[in-house]
Ligand binder design. Sequence first.
Ligand SMILES: C[C@@](CO)(OP(=O)(O)O)[C@H](O)COP(=O)(O)OP(=O)(O)OC[C@H]1O[C@@H](n2ccc(N)nc2=O)[C@H](O)[C@@H]1O
Ligand SMILES: Nc1ncnc2c1ncn2[C@@H]1O[C@H](COP(=O)(O)OP(=O)(O)O)[C@@H](O)[C@H]1O
Length: 280
Amino acid sequence: MLMKAYAKINISLDVVGKREDGYHLLKMIMQNIDLYDVVKVEKRKEGITIGCDKAYVPLDERNIAYKAARLFLDIYNIDGGVEIYINKNIPVAAGLAGGSTDAAAVLKCMRDIYEVDASDEELMALGLKIGADVPYCILGGTALCEGIGEVIAPLKSFKDKILVLVKPNFGVSTKEVYKALNIEKIYKHPETEKLIAYMEVNDLVSVSRNMKNVLENVTIRNNTVIKKIKTKMINLNALGSLMSGSGPSVFGFFDDMLTAQRCYEELKKDYNEVFITRTI
Ligand SMILES: C[C@@](CO)(OP(=O)(O)O)[C@H](O)COP(=O)(O)OP(=O)(O)OC[C@H]1O[C@@H](n2ccc(N)nc2=O)[C@H](O)[C@@H]1O
Ligand SMILES: Nc1ncnc2c1ncn2[C@@H]1O[C@H](COP(=O)(O)OP(=O)(O)O)[C@@H](O)[C@H]1O
């Protein structure tokens, strides 16, 4: 079975508290984009094997898709295995939920191929055991995510918005970014409700001007290139530009394809991983 596993961007990301176990309480607007890995899952008599077309992705139990398969077989008491192959197009350690979306695809494929009668909610609860972004990746689309990411309210679709996305030539550790964040020192929080209202009326200009991610300053501190990309995008007529998730990927929204194309061409001169895509 083949499944597209879509990347996400954060149109906003707010940290509103901290749990006793150290996990941060969030309020964020998540949005799928038309950039995806292709995940192939096939039934096997036993064991879990992972293959991938990119050498830098781990192929053992460190792969989050492997963890998803293991958990699924254990929880549903299945006497069998799976062979997984990932065509990796989503940049890794990028703030785009690349691993989480693969894990979500594996859970959904395994539900089908092993004919397990599990609801999306059940899969989301299972996904949470693997990572905080996995429940959203199971549902996808446009959503407000709270809790540590698992309290999800679908929002009106915000599809077909053109964006240019750049992944600078380094990755960041989500764990380290959260560790370096001082909640008391967040001086400007996103106005999430206002953003949702703009999204509901498809006002891309106002959304772009008000997007905010409180992790941006933390990641920028050690990686000034993020600021550089943001400035360049704005100079190339992006309506607004923001870092996604814990970074370091940066995206910018555009009014039209021609302007986006021009920005894409310029950024391509300096960075290897540049994409022109749409929200879905
Ligand atoms: C920042 C966000 C925004 O969507 O995405 P990415 O940058 O990873 O795409 C997420 O909160 C990332 O979620 P995810 O990457 O699934 O996190 P996990 O694997 O569960 O956790 C990695 C580490 O991040 C920290 N963590 C994660 C989620 C959260 N709400 N609070 C945290 O403090 C914890 O220290 C944890 O050990
Ligand atoms: N299926 C997978 N795809 C990508 N990265 C994975 C996968 N499984 C495990 N990883 C590891 O997870 C870490 C975070 O990668 P990723 O999920 O792409 O980041 P992010 O959560 O920032 O989008 C990387 O160190 C990577 O090696």
